[in-house]
Design a protein around this ligand. Structure first.
Ligand code: ADP
Ligand code: MG
Length: 241
């Protein structure tokens, strides 16, 4: 394959992150190409959030790191950060910070809220919304910025089952869309999750982590159907019961 999609979004070589004595990432080598939907799974403390922070450029890492900086990225967390103002302003501010005129930002924010089904509560203080609604506002905010890459750290972990399904459906929708560069540039998604059903539904590739290392890195079908390293097999078995 040739063209821009053949070159990776990121290329990590032997990347290590230390917090004092803790090795949060241990010589991680990883290449992610545009359009991939990568799920990070593993026990608490295995390094999923640290890897997402490295991918988002927020962690102090050693090793080789190459990134296509032409691709815009956005990140979502388990608990979204909402400012004490309307849902619409929360989205509009993100656009305004990127240089959009306030009036246009407000209009685009409304369109983004429509896309996540929240136009009805656009004027409501975002801090008073439910967890699921706040996560949808966070998705609208990310959406409005037209990122090429969406990073999500356990985006549905603190939500009730109904809100989980709604947010998951929006993630699927997001993953099926494309970045600002056009239809030839599908969105790349990297997310961590404890929900293996969700991983099966959303991911094209699954990475199992343990003690900061990538223990398995497989296409989704192989991860759930093929042989796995023993630790990963036990993890999958444990999470599914
Ligand atoms: P996960 O997201 O899989 O639960 P993390 O990436 O949060 O794992 O953590 C990996 C390891 O790094 C854990 O041992 C955790 O305690 C440690 N760690 C993460 N962030 C920090 C930090 N800011 N300071 C010290 N230790 C940290
Ligand atoms: Mg984490």
């Amino acid at each position: 394959m040739s063209g821009p999609s053949a070159s990776p979004w990121v290329d990590l070589r032997q990347v290590t992150v230390r917090y004092g004595r803790v090795q949060a990432l241990d010589r991680v080598t990883l290449r992610i190409t545009p359009g991939e939907r990568v799920a990070l799974v593993g026990a608490n403390g295995s390094g999923k959030s640290t890897l997402l922070r490295v991918l988002n450029g927020l962690a102090d890492a050693s090793g080789g790191f190459q990134c296509n900086t032409g691709m815009r990225q956005a990140m979502l967390f388990q608990r979204p950060h909402m400012l004490r103002t309307s849902a619409q302003n929360n989205v509009a501010l993100a656009l305004w910070l990127r240089g959009t005129r306030w009036r246009d930002a407000r209009l685009q924010a409304l369109t983004a809220l429509q896309r996540v089904g929240l136009q009805g509560i656009a004027a409501q203080n975002a801090r008073t919304l439910s967890g699921g609604q706040q996560q949808r506002v966070a998705l609208a905010r990310a959406w409005a910025l037209r990122p090429d890459v969406l990073l999500l750290d356990e985006p549905t972990a603190s939500l009730d089952p109904h809100a989980k399904r709604e947010v998951e459906a929006l993630m699927a929708d997001f993953a099926a869309s494309h970045g600002a560069a056009g239809p030839a540039h599908p969105v790349t998604m990297v997310f961590s999750s404890h929900n293996l059903g969700q991983v099966k539904r959303l991911a094209s590739r699954v990475i199992y982590m343990e003690h900061g290392r990538l223990v398995a890195d497989l296409p989704v079908h192989d991860f759930f159907n093929g042989p796995l390293p023993e630790a990963a097999r036990l993890f999958v078995k444990g999470e599914l019961v």
